[in-house]
Design a protein around this ligand. Structure first.
Ligand code: GLU
Length: 502
């Protein structure tokens, strides 16, 4: 690598919510930049006014913020190479389009959509290129006077890139090695449209990457087919091309093909970082944030979809990733989107949070259920049940009985666990507990077990009935931990209610 400062860009088009694959692209750019002490730019590629969706830009920025992918320069931050929204750079592109026209490396074409359509239906696999361009209406086939007259009449035109046929074009890709294609398969791509006075993606992208001094273009595999054209554009401008790295596709969790929003709907997982409401239809798509994922877990999960550290280490913080990431270790083949693994990561990251932090996250869930408990109690509950959950909201499913006494007793368990002698034994147990002053897990366990031994009761039968009375179901952590948290009075009250109701 040269000694130029590393500068990478994330260049999404604001055509809707950022897809999770786009998030991974942003992440890899960020990791690469930070590892090399470089800059991460955010450029908004909004030259396609037809596909512009309001709110998409804010959504992109909010997503990156939530995930801790920090932008050094660009939209929302500013910087010396702005503006960073392509729709605000029209004059710049115009200048470079003219430069290509003057050098004879591009030409003006007047063919209307209807004329192009007619040619396509006449000629199978019609391609606008060196073999056909002289039979079309453009500044190569028409005289200068005719061209000037058409423009003067206000005829709309496009500028096309003049691609020389039969030339090998080599793309050096850090992940894929040398990719060579023959220029004859390329068509004379449209670079500019007079109708909206805007460049197309290809021209704007190349001009901006050059002017913004981008050193590495790291983007999804879907852009690989455009790379030869981009190499030729750099050559036409006599600019040095940046390094390219085309990341592997994200694939469906099952079967073949690219991951799509439909896979998420079908299998029940989000494909967007944040919830998104379609501004036209009002349709809501779920997001990782709203589904209860921690941003650290999403980062870790995504980092390993297409890259691996070459060791068994699976839990990697953003700092670990910045140190260990390398484009060379990115795979060429697609990465299956194993969303179950995403849940596993969330589980792991929940275990790493302190009880106090988890309690704070759990409080709003409790409030939704009308529970307002002390932080101290919530912390204790969290400590006892967090091992059993993948998401904070599941703490409620696992621990609601700490806050509300069972209203119903699980029928199957009653049949199996509530014996004829249970009411009497539970009443006795209530008396034993009543007499304990030091109501700690260790002490209550010792005293209750001594009572069971002395009476020669069956330990399992007693404990099962006890759990049914306190929890209502055969679930939950250690009984003596539970009763310490809910307290002596509540424990005895629940025993009495069970005796009366079951
Ligand atoms: N605007 C393109 C996109 O939406 C950028 C592709 C590139 O990175 O060159 O992904």
């Amino acid at each position: 690598m040269s000694d130029k400062k590393v500068r990478v860009r994330f260049a999404p088009s604001p055509t809707g919510p950022l897809h999770i694959g786009g998030v991974r692209t942003a992440l890899y750019n960020y990791l690469f930049a930070k590892q090399h002490g470089g800059d991460m730019l955010l450029r908004i590629e909004d030259t396609d006014s037809q596909r512009f969706v309001p709110g998409a830009e804010d959504y992109i920025i909010e997503s990156l913020n939530w995930l801790g992918i920090k932008i050094d320069e660009g939209v929302g931050v500013g910087g010396p190479f702005g503006p960073y929204r392509q729709s605000e750079r029209r004059d710049i592109y115009k200048k470079y389009v003219n430069q290509l026209l003057e050098a004879g490396k591009a030409y003006i074409a007047f063919d209307t959509p209807a004329e192009l359509e007619a040619r396509r239906s006449d000629v199978a696999n019609f391609q606008y290129d060196a073999s056909t361009r002289m039979s079309m209406r453009n500044s190569l086939s028409l005289s200068k006077e005719e061209v000037d007259a058409l423009i003067a009449q206000g005829e709309q035109y496009v500028v096309r890139f003049r691609i020389e046929p039969n030339e090998d074009v080599v793309v050096n890709d850090v992940i894929r090695g040398e990719v060579t294609i023959n220029s004859s398969i390329l068509d004379d791509k449209v670079l500019y449209k007079s109708a909206d006075e805007l460049p197309t993606y290809h021209l704007a992208n190349i001009v901006d990457d050059h002017l913004m001094e981008i050193t590495h273009v790291i983007r999804g595999e879907e852009w690989l087919p455009s790379a030869p054209l981009h190499v030729l554009l750099y050559r036409a401008f006599e600019w040095t091309a940046p390094e390219f790295a085309h990341l592997p596709l994200l694939l469906k969790p099952d079967g073949n093909g690219k991951l799509s929003k439909r896979d998420g709907d079908r299998l029940g997982f989000p494909v967007f970082p944040l919830e998104w409401t379609d501004p036209k239809t009002g349709a809501i798509s779920s997001g990782y944030r709203e589904s209860g994922y921690l941003p650290e877990a999403v980062i870790n999960f995504l980092a390993l979809l297409g890259w691996n550290p070459g060791t068994d280490q699976e839990i990697l913080s953003m700092d670990d990733l910045i140190h260990q990431f390398s484009l060379e270790r990115c795979s060429k083949s697609g990465a299956k989107f194993d969303y179950e693994k995403g849940k596993w990561f969330n589980h792991k990251y929940i275990q790493m949070k302190s009880d106090a932090e988890l309690a704070r996250m759990f409080m709003p869930v409790l409030a939704e259920h009308g529970i307002h408990a002390s932080e101290e109690k919530v912390e204790k509950v969290v400590a006892l049940v967090k091992e059993r959950v993948n998401f904070v909201k599941e703490l409620w499913d696992q621990g609601s009985f700490f806050f509300v006494a069972p209203q119903l007793y699980d029928e199957k368990t009653v049949k199996k666990r509530w014996k004829a002698e249970s009411p009497e034994q539970m009443a006795e147990l209530a008396g034993v507990l009543e007499s304990i002053t030091d109501f700690t897990p260790h002490n209550t366990e010792e005293i209750v077990k001594a009572w069971i031994a002395e009476k020669e009761y069956h330990l399992g039968n007693i404990m099962n009935a006890f759990r049914l009375a306190i929890v209502g179901e055969p679930k939950g952590p250690h009984m003596f931990d539970i009763i310490t948290v809910i307290g002596k009075a509540e424990t005895i009250a629940r025993l009495k209610r069970a005796i009366e109701t079951i």
